[in-house]
Design a protein around this ligand. Structure first.
Ligand SMILES: O=C(CO)COP(=O)(O)O
Length: 241
């Protein structure tokens, strides 16, 4: 059985008090959420500690948005796995296109971060996906194959989530058609040694398209940006039909 994982990536949004407000609105909705669905919130680092107190005993898991490959050291602005695990973080997003695009993340550093996460018992959510230009040039398959080959060297596929996030669908309202997302996710699965890895779709997931996305047989969850910032909207997504 493949696990369903619905994760909210808050990116650089919400102060600590805003994250507490969110939880007050969001937690009651989880009474309706089937217990086999894993709900993950990935807030900024500054929110993690306070949220871990609220979430103790709830079904929600905490995720971080980055992790460095060393356990400590002179790496200004980075965060190490033991700092995350000590406060109850369970997941970490690695290789998000915004980090690949703006912060010099490469397949080599993605691979190092994935290894460090797994070594410390964090479950990485590896993001892959093509640009509009690559899609228009018919290079989607080639790009994703290359990303998977390089990112997954020596990675344990029993302890991994993958998110297919076409870059042109992120923050644009231009969702990838659900059948096409299903096709690409099937292609990703065909390249894994473990076919039971949970593979999410991400990119303009909203309350009005989640039911259709989750009805696709290859799609095991969603990585949600903008629509995870508001309690009612994210509740509708995690409680999809
Ligand atoms: O990047 C994303 C999640 O990691 C998707 O963001 P949006 O849902 O805002 O398009």
């Amino acid at each position: 059985m493949r696990k369903i994982v619905i994760a909210g990536n808050w990116k650089m949004f919400k102060t600590r008090s805003e994250s507490e407000d969110f939880l007050r609105g969001f937690l009651p909705h989880l009474e309706e959420t089937p217990s086999e669905r894993e709900v993950v919130l990935c807030p900024p680092f500054t929110d993690l500690s306070v949220m871990s107190k609220y979430l103790h005993g709830s079904l929600i898991q905490l995720g971080a948005q980055n992790v460095h490959w060393e356990e400590n050291g002179a790496y200004t602005g980075e965060i190490a796995a033991p700092m995350l695990t000590e406060i109850g973080v369970r997941y970490v997003i690695v290789g998000h296109s915004e980090r690949r695009q703006y912060f010099g993340e490469t397949d080599a550093t993605v691979n190092l971060r994935l290894k460090a996460a797994q070594k410390h018992g964090l479950i990485p959510i590896l993001c892959v996906g093509e640009t509009k230009q690559q899609r228009d040039a018919g290079e989607t398959e080639k790009l994703i194959t290359t990303q998977l080959e390089k990112d997954l060297v020596d990675i344990d596929q029993n302890n991994l989530v993958i998110a297919y996030e076409p870059i042109w669908a992120i923050g644009t309202g231009d969702t990838c058609e659900s059948k096409e997302a299903n096709r690409v996710i099937g292609l990703i699965r065909s390249q894994l040694t473990n076919p039971n890895v949970s593979i999410q779709y991400g990119g303009s997931v909203k309350p009005n398209n989640i039911d259709e996305i989750m009805a696709q047989p290859e799609i095991d969850g969603a990585l949600v940006g903008g629509a995870s910032l508001e309690a009612d909207s994210f509740a509708r997504i995690v409680n999809y039909q």
